[in-house]
Design a protein around this ligand. Structure first.
Ligand SMILES: [Zn+2]
Length: 205
C-alpha cells in the first residue's frame, strides 16, 4: 500500500492518500483543502479515490470536502456523532481570520468496527471519542490514522464542545494502547509515531 502525506488547510492538518498498489483504488483520510499537490499525486499514481474518510468534523480537517468531491466523484464518510460539527464550520473560521465557507456535505456514516474496502484493502473504523464525540481512528496494515485523538507525545484538545478528558483517556489507554506495539501512528497534525513510543513518552497520558 502506498501512503502519501500532505500538509493542507489553514492550520496544516495532515491529509493522507492511501493507494492499493494492485488495483489503484484509494482513499483520502481527511480533506482540509484541494491542494494541487494532492491532485497531481492522485493523477501520477493513477489512483481512483473511492472515499474521503473523515477522522472527525472539525473545520481544519473537512474544509476541502465539497471541492474535492467535484474532482474525484467519491463518497464522503463521517461518524454520525460528528455530523453536527460540519454545520458549525462558520463559527470556527472567523477565529482564524478566515472567510465563511460552504457547509461540507457527506454521503454516509460509519460506525465502530465497520470495515471499509477499497481494492484488496480493508480499513477498520475504531471509534475513539474524546477530542470530539464522533472522533475515529482508521486501522489498516499495521498503520493507525489517529486524527486528533493521539499525536506524537501529546493528545488532542478536549476543551471544545463535546470534548472529554475521561473519554480521550479511555480511548487511548483502553483501545489504542491495546493495539500491537509496532503499530505506526499517523496523526492529524505533526509527525508519525508508534504505539510503543507513545506508551513510554506521551506527556499527557
Ligand atoms: Zn480537531
Amino acid at each position: 500500500m502506498i501512503v502519501k502525506q500532505f500538509f493542507a488547510g489553514p492550520i496544516n492538518a495532515n491529509n493522507y492518500l492511501l493507494v492499493d498498489e494492485t488495483t489503484k483504488d484509494a482513499v483520502l483520510i481527511d480533506c482540509s483543502e484541494v491542494k494541487e499537490e494532492i491532485l497531481e499525486t492522485i493523477k501520477e499514481l493513477g489512483a481512483k479515490v473511492k472515499y474521503i474518510l473523515l477522522t472527525h468534523g472539525h473545520f481544519d480537517h473537512v474544509m476541502g470536502v465539497n471541492e474535492m468531491k467535484k474532482h474525484l466523484n467519491c463518497e464522503v464518510l463521517i461518524h454520525e456523532k460528528d455530523v453536527e460539527w460540519l454545520s458549525h464550520i462558520n463559527e470556527a473560521l472567523p477565529m482564524f481570520g478566515l472567510p465563511p465557507a460552504e457547509i461540507p456535505q457527506y454521503d454516509k456514516n460509519f460506525s465502530d468496527g465497520e470495515v471499509i474496502t477499497f481494492g484488496n484493502k480493508n480499513i477498520k473504523v475504531i471509534h475513539t471519542p474524546g477530542h470530539t464525540q464522533g472522533s475515529v481512528c482508521f486501522m489498516i496494515d499495521g498503520k493507525l490514522f489517529s486524527g486528533d485523538t493521539l499525536f506524537k507525545e501529546a493528545v488532542g484538545r478536549v476543551d471544545l464542545p463535546g470534548g472529554s478528558w475521561n473519554d480521550i483517556q479511555n480511548s487511548i489507554v483502553n483501545i489504542l494502547f491495546k493495539l500491537d506495539n509496532d503499530t505506526i501512528v499517523y496523526p492529524g497534525h505533526g509527525d508519525a509515531t508508534s504505539i510503543r513510543y507513545e506508551k513510554e513518552f506521551n506527556r499527557e497520558i
